[in-house]
Write a protein that binds this ligand. Structure first.
Ligand code: JIL
Length: 278
């Protein structure tokens, strides 16, 4: 029979091992692997990034999401996940575990062109989804820079993932999180616990928009930096949501065509979840 102390120790060891894996994370390489063609090809209807942007656009523009505070959990070095939300929310908080990623985000927020990836095609694509001319991309960039209030450290394995006082007391009105929880959790139990922890950042009735990998067991966080991922299927994601206090509104699934499997991970599919905190 495992004592409480032994279980706590093994949990802590697992977190430390995962944190050690992330010390070699290379934002520029990661962006190159996942956010350039073919995975980010705006001329291909079956490319992954346009699919993700479409899911986010639809979810953020439905009438049940009405603004307030949006928190992006585990932003990494990417901004695509908040390009629709930034039009609806007055305050946006970006977060990540690594200073290298927070620096990458601040680089774009503070200065034109000071980032490892040109986000202009992403801004233009989302403007098109919104029925605006692609030339509105610079207005969208200005809006995003205006509503981001903080770029904060976060650890989803902590019951309080953000520093005390980081958010207003009722909690955020909406969370978005993309490819984070399954990539930092050693097993399904840890994934479910992390879902519960981030739920503590959200007010009751608030929404969770969750994008994640299906069937992924590893990914490259940089040249030679292989990071373990807990492989998930749709039923496990739905069960974890239910167990951690969410009501599923819908799940959409994308299956990777063969030429989207480029060797930087072994992901087989992607899920998009819209859920509400009970
Ligand atoms: N304890 C922690 N708490 C919060 N965040 C943490 C913690 N530890 C690390 N982090 C933070 O979480 C990380 C988030 S990036 C995770 C990448 N996920 C896997 C990757 C993503 C991806 C992208 C695109 C496509 N596609 O098909 O187009 C597929 C895939 C599948 N592979 C990283 O920012 C780290 O800094």
């Amino acid at each position: 029979m495992e004592t409480k102390a032994v279980k706590e120790k093994s949990l802590e060891d697992g977190r430390a091992a995962m944190a050690a894996c992330y010390q070699g994370f290379d934002p520029a390489a990661y962006l190159q692997y996942n956010y350039t063609p073919p995975r980010a090809d705006f001329c291909r209807r079956d490319s992954i990034v346009p699919w993700k942007l479409g899911c986010l656009h639809r979810a953020f523009t439905e009438e049940d999401i009405t603004g307030g505070v949006l928190v992006d959990v585990g932003s990494g070095p990417t901004l695509y996940q908040v390009l629709s939300g930034c039009e609806v929310f007055e305050r946006l908080v970006l977060t990540d575990f690594l200073e290298v990623n927070r620096r990458e985000l601040r680089g774009w927020l503070q200065e034109q062109g000071k980032s490892s990836l040109d986000w202009t095609p992403y801004l233009q694509h989302v403007c098109k989804l919104e029925g605006r001319g692609v030339s509105a991309w610079s207005e969208k960039a200005a809006r995003l820079r205006a509503v981001v209030s903080d770029v904060l450290p976060i650890d989803v394995h902590c019951p309080q993932p953000l520093a005390p006082g980081a958010l207003p007391s009722p909690g955020a009105d909406c969370l978005v999180s993309s490819f984070c929880l399954e990539s930092v959790s050693a097993d399904l139990e840890a994934f479910t616990r992390a879902l519960g922890h981030i739920g503590g950042l959200l007010r009751p009735g608030g929404h969770l928009l969750l994008i994640g990998a299906l069937g992924e067991s590893f990914y490259l966080g940089g040249p030679g930096v292989q990071i373990p991922v807990v492989p998930l299927d749709e039923a496990q994601v739905c069960g974890s949501l239910r167990e951690s206090g969410y009501t599923l509104i819908r799940m959409e699934v994308y299956t990777l065509p063969p030429d989207m499997r480029v060797g930087v991970d072994d992901v087989s599919g992607i899920f998009f979840v819209k859920a509400r905190k009970d």
